[in-house]
Write a protein that binds this ligand. Structure first.
Ligand code: SF4
Length: 481
C-alpha cells in the first residue's frame, strides 16, 4: 500500500518511528560509517537525520530535517571526527517534526556531554518530565526521547557512573525503546525488557570495532558481521578496553513487534533469528491456504507485498506477475505537490501495467490496511488498467487498535477494520473479495515454530507494557481526546 507522499497528510499505513545506529572504532571514520548505516535504515524514518560523535573530550552533533543524504555531505562528515558515533533517522510521531525534535538528543552531565538516539515510544514520560522540570532540568523539545536522555543525565550526575545512570533510567522509563548513546569515550546500546523494537550487534572485520543497528541490513552496508541481538533489558558498553555487558533490568516475556516482519523492516534483514524476506514469502503461502481464490494472476503491491505474492503464487499454483511499477524516487519530500498532483493520489508513486492486467482476474497482495483510502484508490487504478476482478489479500490481520510503542497507526475511530465488517470494507474499497491472514497464520509465518512470542497489540488490543492510568486505551481511540 502506498504511503502518502504529501507532507502533513495522514499516512494510510502504519508508519515507523525511527532507526538507530552506532559505531565504536579506533581506526575507522565513525561518522562516515554511521552515515552509511543510516542510509540503509532510511526506510524507518525520512523526516530528520542526525549523527553525534564522541572524540575523547566532548560530543558534537549535526542534525537537521531531511533525508540522510540531504543532511550530510563531505564537509559535514569531515567535521565529525572521533571514535564513537551514534546516528538516528526519524519519522515524527511524538513531538512532531521540528529541528528540536530531531535526534540524537544531548544532555550534559556536569561538563560532560552525552548524545542519545531512540527508536520506540515511552509511555510514562509525562510524570518524569514534570519531575525533572521541577528539579531545574530544561527541555528543548516535547519528545519522550529527550526525557530519556535528560533522566540519564540527571541520574548520572548523582551516581557519577554512566552505566548506573542508564540502569536507573531503565528502571524508571516504560514502553518500547532501542537506544544507542555516545559519551566522549564510549558507545552504549540498550533495549527495553520486552525487546519490542529490534537492535542488533555486529563486529567490523579485523577487530576494527563494533556496530549496533536497528536492523541487520545496517550491519551489512558497513561490512560488519552479525554477532547477536541486544538482549531485552541489557546494556552493552563498548570503549577502548573492549565490550562489556550488564543485564540492567530483568527481561520480561519477549514481545518483539510482529509488524517488523510484515512491513517495517527491510526484507534483507534478520530479526531475532528470522529472515524478514522468508517470513513475508511464508505469509503469502499461508494466505493462499487460508484464503484461496480462482484467478489468473498474483501480484504484490511494491515493495513489501511482493514476497507475499511470490509465496501466494508458489502455494496456489497461480502465475506470479509484475503488475504495478513503483517510482522509487518519490519519497517523503518537503516539496509541496500541486493540487492536480494531489488528485492523482497514489498514481504519483505506483503505476499499473495495463498490458499485463487487461482482461485478467487478479489477486493483489498487500501488507496492511489502516484507513482504507489507499486500498480504494489502488483497486480503482487496477480496474482502470483493465483488471476484470480484483481480489485483495492482506498479509496482516485486521488492524483494530492503535500502537503505543513507536508506530503511527492512527486512532481507533480512523481504523477501517475497527469500524466496518469485512463486507462493508470490501464494498468501501471496491474489491471483489477481501481477506486477511489469521493471527495464527501470521505467527506461523514469522517463526512461531521456534516458540517466539510477539507484540500483536494492534490486532488484539493486548498491550505487553501496561499503560499508565493517565494514558488509558480509550484516550487514544478517537482523535483529539
Ligand atoms: S502494537 Fe502493533 S505495531 Fe505496535 S509494537 Fe505492537 S505489533 Fe508492533
Amino acid at each position: 500500500m502506498a504511503t502518502s507522499i504529501f507532507p502533513g497528510e495522514a499516512p494510510d499505513r502504519p508508519e515507523e518511528e525511527c532507526a538507530v545506529f552506532g559505531v565504536y572504532s579506533q581506526t575507522d571514520d565513525v561518522a562516515r560509517l554511521t552515515c552509511f548505516g543510516l542510509q540503509a535504515l532510511q526506510h524507518r524514518g525520512q523526516e530528520s537525520a542526525g549523527i553525534a560523535v564522541g572524540d575523547g573530550e566532548t560530543v558534537t552533533v549535526t542534525k537537521d530535517l531531511g533525508l540522510v543524504t540531504q543532511v550530510f555531505d563531505e564537509s559535514a562528515l569531515a567535521a565529525l571526527k572521533g571514535r564513537v558515533a551514534v546516528g538516528h533517522c526519524r519519522y515524527a510521531t511524538s513531538g512532531g517534526a521540528s529541528w528540536m525534535s530531531a535526534q540524537p538528543h544531548m544532555s550534559a552531565i556536569d561538563e560532560v556531554l552525552i548524545a542519545l538516539a531512540h527508536n520506540g515510544t515511552l509511555v510514562n514520560t509525562n510524570s518524569i518530565r514534570a519531575d525533572l522540570i521541577a528539579k531545574g532540568v530544561q527541555f528543548r523539545s516535547n519528545t519522550d526521547s529527550e526525557v530519556a536522555c535528560q533522566v540519564i543525565g540527571y541520574v548520572t550526575r548523582e551516581t557519577h557512573h554512566l552505566t548506573d545512570g542508564i540502569q536507573r533510567a531503565m528502571e524508571t522509563i516504560e514502553g518500547a525503546y532501542a537506544m544507542v548513546l555516545a559519551s566522549p569515550t564510549a558507545l552504549y546500546a540498550f533495549r527495553d525488557p520486552h525487546g519490542i523494537r529490534p537492535l542488533c550487534l555486529g563486529k567490523l572485520p579485523g577487530d576494527r570495532g563494533w556496530v549496533v543497528s536497528s536492523e541487520t541490513c545496517g550491519l551489512d552496508i558497513v561490512g560488519a558481521e552479525f554477532v547477536r541481538d541486544v538482549n531485552p533489558g541489557e546494556i552493552i558498553r563498548i570503549n577502548e578496553t573492549g565490550i562489556s555487558t550488564l543485564q540492567a533490568v530483568q527481561p520480561a516475556e519477549p514481545r518483539g513487534c510482529i509488524f517488523e516482519y510484515v512491513y517495517f523492516a527491510r526484507p534483507d534483514s534478520v530479526i531475532d533469528g528470522q529472515s524478514v524476506y522468508q517470513a513475508r514469502r511464508a505469509m503469502g503461502r499461508v494466505l493462499a491456504r487460508e484464503a484461496p481464490v480462482d484467478a489468473d494472476l498474483v501480484l504484490g503491491v511494491p515493495d513489501s507485498g511482493v514476497p507475499g505474492a511470490l509465496g501466494y503464487a508458489e502455494a496456489s499454483g497461480l502465475e506470479f506477475t509484475d503488475g504495478i511499477v513503483k517510482n522509487r524516487y518519490v519519497g517523503r519530500t518537503f516539496i509541496q505537490p500541486t493540487q492536480e498532483m494531489r488528485q492523482m493520489g497514489i498514481r504519483i508513486k505506483l503505476n499499473p501495467l495495463p498490458s499485463v492486467l487487461r482482461g485478467k482476474r487478479i489477486v493483489v497482495i498487500d501488507d496492511s490496511i489502516v484507513r482504507g483510502n489507499t486500498s480504494k484508490q489502488l483497486v480503482s487504478m487496477l480496474r482502470a488498467a483493465g483488471a476484470i476482478e480484483v481480489h485483495l489479500r492482506i498479509v496482516s490481520p485486521e488492524v483494530m487498535w492503535p500502537c503505543f510503542y513507536g508506530i503511527d497507526t492512527a486512532t481507533q475511530d480512523q481504523l477501517i477494520a475497527a469500524n466496518m465488517t469485512n463486507e462493508e470494507m470490501c464494498a468501501f474499497i471496491g474489491c471483489d473479495s477481501l481477506a486477511f491472514i489469521s493471527l495464527a497464520g501470521l505467527r506461523e509465518a514469522c517463526g512461531n515454530a521456534q516458540h517466539k512470542t510477539f507484540c500483536e497489540a494492534c490486532f488484539t488490543g493486548e498491550y505487553p507494557v501496561a499503560l499508565p492510568e493517565s494514558i488509558t486505551k480509550t484516550a487514544f481511540l478517537t482523535k483529539g481526546e
